[in-house]
Design a protein around this ligand. Structure first.
Ligand code: NAP
Length: 255
């Protein structure tokens, strides 16, 4: 039997990159997937692609920074699709400016990154808590190698703080919701080739090299590399795993 049969899985930021791959992978494992993204046109195209491949998929527009919209979309999904049992908090942005740039840029990076990468995770999780608690749900948050490190990896304080926050939120929630049978885990991707870093890859091969020099497997990841671990954490294969982060980084954190 497929690993996610009879589950309804919500994936944020599902129109692109890692979220898109996870949504497609979950659909292949029998889940009915609900794609949420600020780019609703792209999300509906991915949903159609999944349906054309015989999967079950719906999409809704959602900006995860808009708390009341998160509540409204959760209601709409409960009415139109059903009881959500899996949530993947994946929507995120990355900017690599340090703390020493122009004041306005530093401040707007901080506000945007924290609003989407961290407060967005809170907003969506809070909105979907009722069905997740009622269904012994599973939450998978997308962290990063930046949930741990900064020095060797070019990143911004805001992005690093947001991904440390995602890991802290994952642990706190796992501790609080365990009594309801809800499992909460994170995935820590390394350098994954997606539209998020397309420009950087083209313009700054030196930066890609910094990542590769610290990646024992010697290659960048693909969105598909995240899918197996994401299925594992959402399925009964991980029934006694909670509060963990599964690094999917080619071994980055070992050296
Ligand atoms: P991506 O290809 O840019 O996909 C992210 C998706 O999220 C896009 O469709 C984006 O829409 C959407 N999004 C942005 N802001 C949103 C908002 N406020 N509300 C709803 N959706 C929003 O990026 P990715 O590389 O797949 O990244 C997915 C997650 O993995 C992020 O949390 C990222 O931090 C994390 N991650 C990525 C890497 C990597 O190397 N790629 C490594 C570690 C962690 P727009 O394109 O219209 O903005």
């Amino acid at each position: 039997m497929a690993l996610l049969q009879n589950h309804i899985a919500v994936v944020t930021g599902a129109a692109s990159g890692i979220g898109r791959a996870i949504a497609s992978g979950y659909a292949r494992e029998g889940a009915r997937v609900v794609l949420l993204d600020v780019n609703d046109k792209a999300a509906s195209e991915v949903a159609k692609e999944i349906r054309d491949g015989s999967g079950k998929a719906d999409s809704f527009a959602l900006d995860v920074t808009r708390r009341e919209d998160c509540v409204a979309v959760a209601r709409q999904i409960a009415d139109k699709v059903g009881q959500v049992s899996i949530l993947v908090n994946n929507a995120g942005i990355a900017r690599r400016n340090g703390m020493l740039g122009a004041r306005e840029a530093v401040i707007s990076d901080w506000e945007d990154i924290i609003a989407i990468n961290l407060t967005g995770v809170f907003n969506v999780t809070h909105a979907f808590l009722p069905p997740l608690r009622a269904n012994k749900g599973r939450i998978v948050n997308i962290g990063s190698i930046q949930s741990f490190v900064h020095l060797k990896t070019p990143s911004s304080p805001a992005y690093t703080a947001s991904k440390h926050g995602v890991l802290g939120f994952t642990k706190a929630l796992a501790a609080e919701l365990g009594k309801d049978g809800v499992r909460v885990n994170a995935i820590g991707p390394g350098f994954i080739e997606t539209p998020l870093n397309e420009k950087v890859r083209a313009a700054n091969p030196g930066l890609v090299q910094v990542f590769m020099d610290h990646t024992p497997l010697g290659r960048a990841g693909k969105p598909e590399d995240i899918v197996g671990p994401a299925i594992f954490l959402a399925s009964d294969l991980s029934s006694y795993v909670s509060g963990s982060i599964v690094m999917v980084d080619g071994g980055y954190r070992t050296i």
